[in-house]
Design a protein around this ligand. Structure first.
Ligand code: 5GP
Ligand code: ZN
Length: 134
């Protein structure tokens, strides 16, 4: 109950602090307008389970601020994106996949396989990853 309230509060703060893109699915998830299985949220980032998991753990970590892709990253975003990595590590710990390892992926643009144009890091684990990539 307390956790749900904290998540709600943080989503309100992030909604107020960052200009969201009203047509963006992941902005709506970060602001609480669309439901997702949120595993972690603070004022800068949100982590939630992918709707079509490809492995036992498949979590997406996104900046609450609408950043379309790596192509749109600005120097001002460095604090957010550094924090995104810290949260990816925390997610891995919560999912107990730290020791065995996991894959982190950020797809960019059409050739990169990006389908949702709000930058996100996939944290995928719980089974051995397949090779090769690409
Ligand atoms: P991309 O292909 O852009 O790197 O990754 C987008 C990811 O978002 C995909 O893995 C897809 O399954 C996931 N996704 C798409 N729509 C939704 C949704 O409505 N909710 C959640 N939780 N994940 C979604
Ligand atoms: Zn967005």
């Amino acid at each position: 109950m307390l956790r749900a309230f904290a998540i709600h509060l943080y989503s309100r703060i992030s909604y107020l602090r960052y200009k969201m893109n009203s047509n963006c699915l992941f902005c709506k998830i970060a602001s609480g307008q669309i439901a997702a299985k949120i595993v972690y949220q603070d004022e800068l980032v949100t982590a939630f389970r992918d709707i079509r998991p490809v492995a036992p753990t498949h979590v997406l970590v996104i900046p609450n601020k609408h950043i379309q892709s790596i192509n749109h990253v600005e120097a001002d975003d460095e604090q957010i994106l550094g924090h995104l990595f810290t949260v990816a590590r925390r997610v891995a710990e919560m999912e107990a996949i730290t020791e065995n390892g996991y894959r982190t992926v950020i797809n960019t643009g059409t050739h990169g396989g990006q389908t949702i144009f709000h930058m996100h890091m996939h944290v995928i684990g719980g089974q051995p990853m397949k090779h090769p990539m690409g």
